[in-house]
Structures are given as structure tokens and as C-alpha cells.
Write a protein of this length. Structure first.
Length: 112
């Protein structure tokens, strides 16, 4: 089975008609999964200072950014839609955009 990248329309609860397109990897007729830079279990750290942190609770709250140190390593515990990740740090689990995360392992991501 060859792996190929294709742009495919998909249905989701927020887009029932399937108008939105996304990048998927996999066999067009078989198992397809969205392309993400990190997997559950990957060790990550913040790429830079954030203005605030959003908790990953069912009712999210905004928290001050000093709850996570710039050199603190967290673990991805959940992948959310649109490039967001729930990352567990020492003082809580927060929703962070993939653009604001960097792998803590040299050379890329590793599940741990």
C-alpha cells in the first residue's frame, strides 16, 4: 500500500456538508488520518512566550502565562481539531496551538 498525500473533502460536526478541505495522509480508499506535527505522548516545549494559557478543561479558562516556564517540557495528551494540542505540564493541562510548540527531542517527534 503506497502512502500519498491528498487534499480531500471531509464531513465533521462543524462542517456537515463537507465544504471544508483538509490535508490527509494515507490510502484514498482506506484508512486516512490528518497530518499533525506531534503525536500523543510526544515531549514538547513552548516555542516562545504566550500572552495567556487556556486550560484543556470541558469549560476552558484563561490562565496567566507564568504557570509554564519557558524551558519546561510537557507531554501531548490529546490532539484537537485545527492544529491545537492538549499538553500536560507540571501545573496543568493547557490547549496550545501547534505553531507555539517545538519538539523537545532533537531531530523531530518521538512517541514516549
Amino acid at each position: 500500500m503506497a502512502v500519498q498525500v491528498a487534499t480531500t473533502a471531509f464531513n465533521s460536526p462543524s462542517d456537515p456538508e463537507g465544504d471544508r478541505e483538509g490535508d490527509w495522509v494515507g490510502d484514498p480508499e482506506g484508512d486516512q488520518r490528518p497530518i499533525t506535527p506531534f503525536a500523543v505522548g510526544d515531549r514538547v516545549h513552548l516555542a516562545g512566550a504566550l500572552r495567556y494559557l487556556q486550560t484543556a478543561d470541558p469549560m476552558p479558562m484563561l490562565r496567566p502565562p507564568d504557570l509554564v516556564a519557558s524551558d519546561e517540557v510537557g507531554r501531548v495528551v490529546e490532539i484537537r481539531p485545527r492544529g491545537w494540542f492538549a499538553v500536560a505540564f507540571r501545573r496543568g493541562t493547557f490547549l496550545i496551538s501547534g505553531e507555539n510548540l517545538r519538539s523537545s527531542v532533537p531531530g523531530g517527534t518521538t512517541a514516549g
